[in-house]
Design a protein around this ligand. Structure first.
Ligand code: SF4
Length: 370
């Protein structure tokens, strides 16, 4: 039986954050209920069309998935287990907003089968949270993590952001110190990126943000400090305690199959990439979800190498050779100038970007695999 990951996009938020361009709409109880019905219909349509697949991970992303009630998660997970053969050790993640920190409610979510929770903490400094337009406080985020742990979640992740308005090494050190004292097993540390159609895309904000050199320093500082606290880097922006790497996200970086459900969800399945249009109304009305092919040949060497080079284990030329025909000598010739500048290293058959290399990874990767 083919193995894959299942992604479910929950495109509802209580309030839109000014830097975010993920597809989401304001929470509406009736709309959410009709959306859950549409998801259930589409899990069944997938099963009827493609048969039952083994699911090694299930990931509810958003948006803000925990705006759904525990009963709605029960409905979704029961339906997913009717339509997929969920591995008994499957990682089942829900993203959460730290303002949802009620222990009793968190334990109800735990009982639905969700076994990993990922909080969009972004920072543990109130000034920075305010600058990001977030509704939670640093204390609220700490409480959310502790209550999730007490509610039975042993695998808890938090996102933090680098390059926030007013952030410096001192404030980042404070955030990382707090992380080190919380029962967290995974951290994603993303650099703030100005997205085109967001209120953040204005001169007032752009001129006030830390410059690129400062953000690079913050990134290197975060990598070092997280590692000292036992969070080992395994991807450009991701760090985990031993054995707690995100199994679902590793599917993306290892070019393995995943299927996405819901408006704005993406899939990589049977040799193609699909996207569901960003339109909740249309999603609910359609009998089966529309999937628009965005790439009918994603399994090229370029794509494979680009994703592998994001990982700290790097690109194994030996393994790549088993799948693709490419000019290994030319690749190594191009890699040499980055190696001498300490932007990558070559260990046995692997090309591995260094942290300095991760900071300019797009340029290096584009040059290596043209
Ligand atoms: S950052 Fe998260 S909570 Fe804020 S708008 Fe985006 S998806 Fe919603």
């Amino acid at each position: 039986m083919d193995r894959l990951g299942v992604y479910i996009h929950i495109p509802f938020c209580a309030k839109k954050c000014p830097y975010c361009d993920f597809y989401s709409v304001r929470y509406n109880k009736d709309l959410v209920s009709r959306y859950v019905d549409a998801l259930v219909r589409n899990f069944r349509a997938f099963r009827d069309k493609y048969g039952i697949h083994k699911a090694t991970s299930v990931y509810f992303g958003g948006g803000t998935p925990l705006l759904l009630s525990p009963a709605q998660f029960d409905t979704l997970l029961s339906s997913i287990s009717e339509c997929f053969d969920i591995d008994e050790n499957a990682e089942i993640t829900a993203e959460a907003n730290p303002s949802m920190s009620d222990r009793t409610r968190l334990s109800e979510y735990r009982k639905t089968g969700i076994n990993r929770i990922s909080f969009g903490a972004q920072s543990f400094c109130d000034d920075e949270l305010k600058a990001l337009g977030r509704t939670h406080t640093a204390d609220g985020a700490k409480r959310a993590v502790v209550n999730a742990y007490d509610a039975g979640f042993e695998n808890i992740s938090a996102d933090i952001m680098l390059g926030i308005l007013g952030q410096n090494e001192e404030s980042l050190a404070k955030t990382i110190d707090i992380i080190g004292n919380l029962p967290l097993s995974h951290i994603s540390a993303y650099m703030l990126k100005i997205e085109e159609n967001t209120p953040y895309n204005c001169d007032e904000i752009k001129n006030a943000l830390p410059d690129d050199d400062s953000v690079a320093e913050l990134y290197l500082f975060a990598c070092k400090e997280l590692e000292e606290r036992g969070f080992l880097q395994y991807e450009i922006s991701n760090f985990a305690k031993q054995g707690r790497q995100s199994r679902h996200n590793l599917l993306y970086w290892k070019s393995l199959d995943y299927v996405g459900f819901g408006a704005a969800a993406h899939s990589c399945f049977r040799g193609s990439r699909f996207a569901v249009p960003c339109d909740i109304g249309a999603y609910i009305e359609d009998i089966t979800q529309q999937e628009v092919i965005t790439d009918d040949n994603p399994c090229t060497f370029s794509e494979y190498a680009m994703l592998r080079l994001r990982l700290c284990e790097g690109l194994s030329l030996y393994k790549a050779k088993e799948r693709f025909d490419f000019d290994e000598k030319e690749l190594l010739r191009r890699a040499e100038k980055y190696r001498v500048n300490n932007l990558l290293k070559i260990e046995n058959d692997r090309i591995i970007l260094t942290r300095q290399g991760f900071l300019v990874s797009n340029g290096i990767i584009a040059d290596l695999i043209v």
